[in-house]
Structures are given as structure tokens and as C-alpha cells.
Ligand binder design. Structure first.
Ligand SMILES: [Zn+2]
Length: 313
């Protein structure tokens, strides 16, 4: 088969998933140890504040998670834990844990858990991307305070993109955990399943962590077989999605089932079955007679499902 490198849309599918609308220029090549201090001296700087698994949002019709430094000051950002996200137009964007007791927030400011901010669209889409970047990085710092080599408490560097060990000089870099999410198809039908924790009527794609030393495609085949006993042949990458719960990257693929027969791993999945293209259309459009539905439009699973529905099979 001839290799056609750019036989692809002008705007890749990943552009349209939730958390992808991040316009921040990360300036990764220009990060230095004083990048946070320089940003804090800029009157245009904006800062995102988190704490207790929540992000602070200024209320009203113009809801925003980006506070000016004056607005942020009473909310007690922690200067030594403040990270630099990059530039949004000419404004430096920062993020910090807040030391404020969220039970005593003023009426104009509310704390929402990250997932609600995403699923309920509580802030502008481009701020969702900034939130994903901030939450992933801040959580990584919380979970990696000590050197993995010698156990000494490490120091944040490069505006939050590195930690160094003052004892053994090891360098530690923020990690992203890859997760494969796959839509398994066979001819005119696809396999969707639900976990016990899903909302009522929700069916989605299978998913699982990619393991060290494993390709994306092999992870898709392994996870599908482990969860359904279904052998998979060809695997085709479709799109990716930043997933800040806590610092993953969802890698979405279509996968070709090699059999009609499958057996669900009931420890992982509550239910699952083949769905026809027509039935899936009603689930996407929220017109399914039994109230079944696909994940919300921003979810990469919804994009995988819709792209299959709209394909020619
Ligand atoms: Zn060390």
C-alpha cells in the first residue's frame, strides 16, 4: 500500500476534544529558574488557583479561573509552589495551590472539583486547557516531593518543569501517564461497555493504561483481550486528549475485532455488547428509546464513536 503521509484533515481530530483548547505558548525553551518571579512582576499576569482537588472560579456570566495577582492575593497562593504555564497573548499565566480555607470563600468565588468544571463547562474552553496543564503539573509536584533515588526532599526548578535533588543531583521531570482508549469495531457494529461507576445508561469505549515497554497498538490488543477475551487485529490511532485525573494522556484508537464472540471481565465491566451504527447514532443524539447514551461531546470516547458512525465502514 502506498504511504500517504498527509492524507489527513487540516485540523487533526485531537483539536476538538475537551482540554485541547489550550492557546498558552509554553515557551519551553525559555524556562529558567526565575521565570515565575519575572511573571509575578508583570502587571498582566493571571493565576489559576487550586486546592483540595478543586479549582477556584470567579462567578457570574464571565466565569473565569484566571485571577489577576491583586484578585489572587487574598486567596493565599503559595509563592514557593507557584508554576509557570506560559504566555497567553502578552499575559504570563501561572498556577498555584491556594492556602485559603475554601469553606470561607466570598460569594463571588466558588470552588469546583476538576471533573465538574470539565463536564459542566463552567469556564471557557480555552481555560479548560490551561486547567488541565496546571492540575497535571501541580498534582505531579504534590506526589513527587522526594527524590526517587535517595529520598531527599527535592527542589522545584524551571518554573515547575523539573525537580532537582540537592543531595544526589538527580533530575526529575514531570510525567504523563499514557492510557489507551479504544473503540472496537467489527463490520457494521461496535463494542461498547460500562463500568459500575458510570452514570445511568452510559456506555463507552474500553480503556486501560499502557504499560512500560509496550506499543500503543499492543496495549489496545492486550487491554481489549483482558477485558473481553476478544482478539483484535488492526489498530488505527485517531486522536489524543489531555486528561488531568491526575496526569494522563488518553490515546484514542479504532480497533478491529477478529471475532463476534466475547466474554466480559465482570470485575472490570458491569455490562457490554455489540451496538449497531443506527443505535449508536441515537445514543450520540440522546434519542435512544431506552435512555442509553455515549459520553459527553468533549470526551475523546464520543469523538471516537462519532468518527466511526460518520465513516463509510
Ligand atoms: Zn537524590
Amino acid at each position: 500500500m502506498p504511504f500517504r503521509l498527509f492524507d489527513a484533515p487540516d485540523m487533526e481530530p485531537s483539536h476538538f476534544v475537551g482540554f485541547a483548547g489550550n492557546r498558552i505558548n509554553r515557551h519551553s525553551e525559555k524556562r529558567s529558574d526565575d521565570v515565575v518571579a519575572t511573571a509575578l512582576a508583570n502587571g498582566k499576569a493571571r493565576i489559576l488557583l487550586t486546592g483540595q482537588g478543586q479549582v477556584l472560579v470567579m462567578g457570574g456570566n464571565m466565569a473565569s479561573a484566571l485571577f489577576s495577582l491583586q484578585e489572587a492575593e487574598p486567596l493565599l497562593p503559595l509563592p514557593e509552589r507557584t508554576i509557570y504555564l506560559g504566555m497567553l497573548d502578552d499575559a504570563p499565566i501561572l498556577a498555584s495551590p491556594s492556602d485559603f480555607d475554601f469553606a470561607g470563600l466570598p460569594d463571588t468565588i466558588k470552588a469546583f472539583d476538576y471533573r465538574s468544571v470539565y463536564t459542566q463547562g463552567l469556564i471557557p474552553p480555552e481555560q479548560l486547557g490551561a486547567m488541565a496543564q496546571a492540575v497535571s503539573l501541580l498534582t505531579w509536584h504534590e506526589n513527587h516531593r522526594y527524590c526517587g533515588r535517595c529520598g531527599t526532599e527535592t527542589l522545584m526548578r524551571d518554573g515547575g518543569y523539573r525537580r532537582t535533588c540537592p543531595n544526589c543531583e538527580a533530575q526529575h521531570f514531570p510525567r504523563t501517564d499514557p492510557v489507551a482508549i479504544m473503540m472496537v469495531v467489527r463490520g457494521e457494529k461496535c463494542l461498547l461497555a460500562r463500568g459500575a461507576h458510570f452514570g445511568p445508561g452510559m456506555y463507552s469505549c474500553l480503556a486501560g493504561f499502557i504499560e512500560p515497554g509496550e506499543t500503543i497498538e499492543n496495549a489496545v490488543r492486550r487491554e481489549t483481550f483482558e477485558e473481553t477475551n476478544l482478539p483484535v487485529g488492526r489498530v488505527l490511532y485517531h486522536a489524543s486528549q489531555p486528561w488531568p485525573f491526575p496526569y494522563s494522556l488518553m490515546i484514542g484508537c479504532h480497533a478491529e475485532a477478529l471475532s463476534d464472540e466475547f466474554t466480559l471481565d465482570k470485575a472490570e465491566l458491569e455490562d457490554g455488547r455489540w451496538f449497531s451504527r443506527d443505535e449508536v447514532v441515537t445514543m450520540l443524539d440522546r434519542t435512544h428509546p431506552g435512555g442509553l447514551m455515549t459520553p459527553p461531546p468533549g470526551a475523546i470516547a464520543a469523538h471516537l464513536i462519532r468518527s466511526w458512525v460518520e465513516s463509510r465502514g
